[in-house]
Each structure stands twice: as structure tokens, then as C-alpha cells.
Ligand binder design. Structure first.
Ligand code: CP
Ligand code: NVA
Length: 301
């Protein structure tokens, strides 16, 4: 297997066994069962940020350093891409200096171009279309609280954004039921529902959040306006999808609440829910560190 077979671009393109082994490895790293002896010493990771980040940036940087490696952080204004150098040439050049490239950008075609021309593994640190790294941390947090996710039911209520799309990928790869409640005009790409169906998965679209959440093991939401949306989403259309105590009470009595963060209390979720006893958002955030390390080790194995 060559380095470029180890791109971490999207969950739908990675083998389910590999995804499961990355999560299991992250659990072992978190529990201190494995204390790696600087396995990435001498390796460097370049991180390109065309959008802001707190969690992704810090967890990759700290994770890489804990594994003995080095990090170079590049904002768009630092790079010649800002003056017209192509992503293809940037990929070729960076590949001569570093062992792995993490990129957070706008269109998915940009990260696809980076992966096509890089000769080192490329990791998707979020695009307008997906956020695969976050999902591994989320599945890990789910399982820490409720056991194996296979066969369980997750309900999404809110904007059908990049996170919702990655939840669809995850539902197929980890074999759980996913109900997505959002206004039709905010739906994830319908091709994703077709793909899930073709893969015999239970991924259903709902307009009514109560129907979607009823009996669910987990309720998830995310910001109403994502980075790269261009303009604010009309909040009045999404207001009915806010996760408040009343909506949470429709879920299973021991249901958990998830949010990838950053959150906007009073918009997609009330403070009462995100700061309440069912919320596991800080575990999700912590798990970014453990899953980033497992992803890096998978890419650089
Ligand atoms: N959840 C997440 O990716 O957060 P950041 O935007 O802070 O990286
Ligand atoms: N949907 C959000 C996720 C942030 C981590 C965004 O793309 O801005």
C-alpha cells in the first residue's frame, strides 16, 4: 500500500474495518493502554487552514507532538495559493517537505486536488461538504456513553450541513439508524440518501423534528450558519428544529445530546440542553485529540 492509499478524505471512501480500527485505537490511546514511544519522531504534518478552527487545529498539533512529530501551520494568507499558485503545485512541493497534509477548506474539489497531486497522505479537516475527523470523535463519545452504536438510532435536528452529510456516511459505515430532520430546502444532498439506500442503510429524512427524535438514543445538531455558507441561514426556518428540553424529552430517557461545537446557545440548542446532564459535547471535543492521533498513525503507518 502506498502513502497515497492512506488519504483520510471522507468516511464513504474508507473501508469500514479501517474506520473501526481507528476508533478502537483511539480508545486504547485514551485509556492509556498504549503509550506510544514517539512513533512519529522525525515526521512532519502541514496543516492548511482556509477557515478558522479551535479544536481541529489544537488537537492535531498537540496530538502530532505527543506522537513525537512536528507541525507546520499555514493560513491561506501565508501561502502562495493566495496569489494564484495552484493547489496541485502546492501539493507537489509540500510533499517534498512533510509526511502528511491536513487541509480545512471550502469546496471538496480543493481537497480532492490536493490528494490527487500530493505524494503523502492528505487529511480532510472539514470542507463545505463534510467533516469526517469529527465523526470519529463523535462515534467514540457515543460508544463511551451508550455502548456499540450498531443498531442504535441517532436523530439530527437542524441545518442539513457538512456535519449532517458526514453523519450519513457514518450511519452506513457503522450500521446505525439515522433520522435527519430539517426543512426540505436545507436537506443534505439527496444523492447521499440514495447512496445510503443502495448500501441497505436506514437513513431517513423528516420534516418534523419530534417525529425524528422520538425514541432516539442520541440527538445531534450543529450551527445554523456554517463557515462558507456565504450568508446567514434564515433562522426563522430553522427555529422549529432547535434542540430544547421539550424536544430532548421525546428521545429515549437515557439519550445523549451531541454537538461538534462551536455552539450558539439560544439558536440551534438551548443552554439548558447543551449544559445539561444529557450533553456529552466536552467528551466529543476531548476525543478529537485521541482520534486525530489514531488517524495520523493510520495515515503514516
Ligand atoms: N468541531 C470543530 O471542528 O471545531 P473547530 O472548528 O474549532 O476546529
Ligand atoms: N458546520 C460547521 C462545523 C464547524 C466545526 C461549519 O462548517 O462551520
Amino acid at each position: 500500500m502506498t502513502a497515497t492509499d492512506r488519504h483520510f478524505l471522507d468516511l464513504d471512501t474508507i473501508n469500514a474495518n479501517d474506520l473501526r480500527s481507528i476508533i478502537n485505537h483511539a480508545k486504547e490511546l485514551k485509556n492509556g493502554k498504549i503509550v506510544p514511544n514517539r512513533p512519529l519522531a522525525g515526521k512532519a504534518l502541514a496543516m492548511i487552514f482556509e477557515k478558522p478552527s479551535t479544536r481541529t487545529r489544537v488537537s492535531f498539533e498537540v496530538g502530532m507532538k505527543q506522537l513525537g512529530g512536528d507541525v507546520v501551520v499555514l493560513n491561506n494568507s501565508d501561502l502562495q495559493t493566495g496569489r494564484g499558485e495552484s493547489i496541485a503545485d502546492t501539493a507537489r512541493v509540500l510533499s517534498r517537505y512533510v509526511d502528511c497534509i491536513m487541509m480545512r477548506t471550502f469546496g471538496r474539489e480543493k481537497i480532492a486536488e490536493m490528494a490527487e497531486f500530493a505524494t503523502v497522505p492528505v487529511i480532510n479537516g472539514l470542507t463545505n461538504s463534510s467533516h469526517p475527523c469529527q465523526l470519529l470523535a463523535d462515534i467514540m463519545a457515543f460508544e463511551e456513553h451508550l455502548g456499540p452504536i450498531e443498531g442504535k438510532t441517532v436523530a439530527w435536528s437542524g441545518d442539513g450541513n457538512n456535519m449532517a452529510s458526514s453523519w450519513i456516511h457514518a450511519a452506513v459505515k457503522f450500521n446505525f439508524n439515522l433520522r435527519i430532520a430539517c426543512p426540505a430546502e436545507h436537506s443534505p444532498d439527496t444523492a447521499l440518501f440514495d447512496w445510503a439506500k443502495k448500501n441497505n442503510s436506514s437513513v431517513e429524512m423528516y420534516e418534523d423534528p419530534v417525529e425524528a427524535v422520538t425514541g432516539a438514543d442520541c440527538v445531534v445538531t450543529d450551527t445554523w450558519t456554517s463557515m462558507g455558507d456565504g450568508k446567514e441561514n434564515p433562522h426563522n426556518r430553522l427555529a422549529a428544529y432547535q434542540v430544547d428540553k421539550k424536544l430532548m424529552s421525546q428521545a429515549s430517557p437515557n439519550a445523549i445530546f451531541m454537538h461538534c461545537l462551536p455552539a450558539h446557545r439560544g439558536e440551534e440548542v438551548t443552554g439548558e440542553v447543551i449544559d445539561g446532564p444529557q450533553s456529552v459535547v466536552w467528551d466529543e471535543a476531548e476525543n478529537r485529540l485521541h482520534t486525530q492521533k489514531a488517524i495520523l498513525l493510520w495515515c503514516l503507518k
